[in-house]
Design a protein around this ligand. Structure first.
Ligand SMILES: O=c1ccn([C@@H]2O[C@@H]3COP(=O)(O)O[C@H]3[C@H]2O)c(=O)[nH]1
Ligand SMILES: [Zn+2]
Ligand SMILES: [Zn+2]
Length: 250
């Protein structure tokens, strides 16, 4: 079984250098996008991936750096790609706020029959902590994680043993007991704020308190533009870069 994670961007919400954190999950039979910030269409074009080569999009939460490219994707699927409808993998609750609190502003067009999110995307509602086999080689499972209080936020297990964090506040117990121990993950993609108090993110300082054998599994993403100042200061953790491909064999 072959699984590849290719980063489309690895920067923080305010990064001007590294693009919004987002990734493609690629297997021989499926290509799924994780999050879709404003830089995603440009990043896809840089690696010559057309929107109609993507089978579906998973959305972790509705901050703009994770969804700000969806309006462009929706319009282009309709107008440039002959009304193709990609699948959106979301919880039902997230689909509601995604439309009402964000996308409706640009996409609502009742005169032409666009009333709701379903008019642009095929919606597949995920339940928390239920594995979904999206294709013979790809299973995903979402778990609720804490980012901003009262804000829906989901991280994702890919083929059971790869963990990809949404933006999240450090949760050592979860990383030690669930990600590393119970699920025996061999690969972890984790958001990382390099300096200052994290507030709504996990800081490098916090990740460095994890046991070394867990740090060895971690690729750091969602980092600020002064990343290069921290090279060599991340213990065994590795900064991952735009368009880098991690090959995962299970
Ligand atoms: O309660 C809050 C809400 C937001 N913010 C900032 O706004 C950014 C929004 O995108 P992000 O989630 O990638 O990162 C967030 C932070 O940088 C914050 O510091 N505290
Ligand atoms: Zn973010
Ligand atoms: Zn966020």
């Amino acid at each position: 079984m072959s699984l590849q994670i290719q980063m489309l961007g690895t920067g923080s919400a305010f990064s001007k250098l590294y693009y919004n954190t987002s990734a493609l999950i690629r297997t021989t039979d499926a290509t799924i996008l994780i999050d879709c910030g404003p830089t995603v269409p440009k990043s896809l074009s840089e690696i010559a991936i057309e929107l109609d080569q993507i089978d579906g999009i998973f959305i972790s939460h509705i901050h703009a750096d994770h969804i700000g490219g969806l309006e462009e994707v929706a319009f282009r699927l309709f107008y440039q790609y002959n009304r193709k409808r990609l699948t959106l993998y979301v919880t039902e609750a997230l689909a509601g706020v995604l439309w009402e609190n964000s996308l409706k502003g640009g996409l609502y067009n009742p005169e032409d029959g666009f009333h709701q999110l379903q008019d642009y995307f095929e919606l597949v509602f995920l339940q928390e902590r239920v594995p979904y086999q999206l294709s013979p080689e790809l299973t995903i499972e979402i778990v609720p994680t804490l980012h901003v209080a009262q804000k829906l936020n989901y991280s994702i297990f890919i083929n059971h043993r790869t963990f990809y964090s949404a933006d999240l506040q450090f949760n050592k117990d979860f990383l030690l007991n669930e990600v590393a121990h119970t699920r025996n993950c061999h690969t972890i993609f984790h958001d990382c704020q390099l300096s200052g108090p994290g507030y709504v993110h996990t800081t490098l300082e916090e990740l460095l308190t994890l046991p070394e054998d867990i740090q060895k599994l971690i690729y750091l993403m969602h980092y600020d533009d002064h990343m290069t100042e921290f090279i060599g200061q991340t213990g065994p953790m590795t900064f991952i870069h735009k368009h880098e491909i991690i090959k995962i064999s299970d």
